[in-house]
Design a protein around this ligand. Structure first.
Ligand code: HEC
Ligand code: HEC
Length: 159
């Protein structure tokens, strides 16, 4: 029950933030759930930051976890028991509201329609800067992404 509550709160917050209205009032709220999985932190946030579960639908997370040996060009495989532990934590927290329900291409947050829309004003050149490297490198610009905070107040585009 507790998990469902957190997930809903995150979902509402994101929906609000994506509509660009309530976010100012919501202030520095968090997209990462209060109860973080240690397994997720150690195994899924070593090569990149801990992506908020609420930013992909459950089907995308499930697919992604089912072929970790071929994970965006790298081998991120884990023991089956570890995958199970992560999926049990991750899937109930997945995004379920309208904007995130869509399964984006390649199960990438960065290919979702809402992501493209929110980032449409960024020049193509910016994504290629060595200081950014990839759209998936959220923390390059979202200085508080490690805390799950993507509020536009804390965005700094690096040179
Ligand atoms: C060995 C390094 C490594 C590990 C471990 C790893 N990843 Fe990744 N992951 C990557 C790389 C590389 C990319 C592609 C990044 C890019 O396109 O810039 C990626 C991309 C992703 C993306 C898509 C980002 C986007 O473009 O929206 C998600 C989601 C993701 N990883 C989740 C996970 C999860 C969940 C785990 C743990 C089960 C995990 N990763 C473990 C290396 C790793
Ligand atoms: C090159 C810099 C850059 C990268 C990398 C980046 N973003 Fe953003 N992001 C921005 C900018 C700029 C905005 C728009 C801020 C504004 O509207 O003034 C934004 C907006 C957002 C918003 C809406 C925030 C709000 O307050 O309305 C979310 C959510 C978001 N980004 C998530 C992500 C995630 C998740 C990643 C990584 C998968 C990511 N971003 C990668 C620069 C970036």
């Amino acid at each position: 029950m507790k998990r469902a509550t957190i997930s809903l709160a995150a979902a509402i917050l994101l929906a609000a933030s994506l509509d660009g209205t309530v976010v100012k009032a919501a202030g520095s709220k968090d997209l990462l759930p209060a109860m973080m999985s240690e397994k997720y932190r150690t195994e899924c946030a070593s090569c990149h930051l801990a992506y908020p579960p609420a930013l992909l639908p459950a089907a995308s997370w499930r697919r992604l976890l089912s072929h970790l040996d071929n994970h965006y060009g790298v081998d991120a495989s884990l023991e089956p028991a570890e995958v199970l532990e992560i999926s049990k934590w991750l899937e109930p927290l997945a995004g379920t509201y309208k904007k995130v329900r869509e399964e984006p291409a390649e199960d990438r947050i960065t290919k979702a329609a809402w992501f493209v829309r929110e980032h449409r004003k960024i020049d193509a050149e910016v994504w290629l800067r060595p200081s950014v490297k990839s759209a998936a490198n959220c923390a390059a610009c979202h200085t508080t992404a490690d805390d799950g905070n993507y509020n536009d107040k804390f965005v700094r585009i690096p040179k």
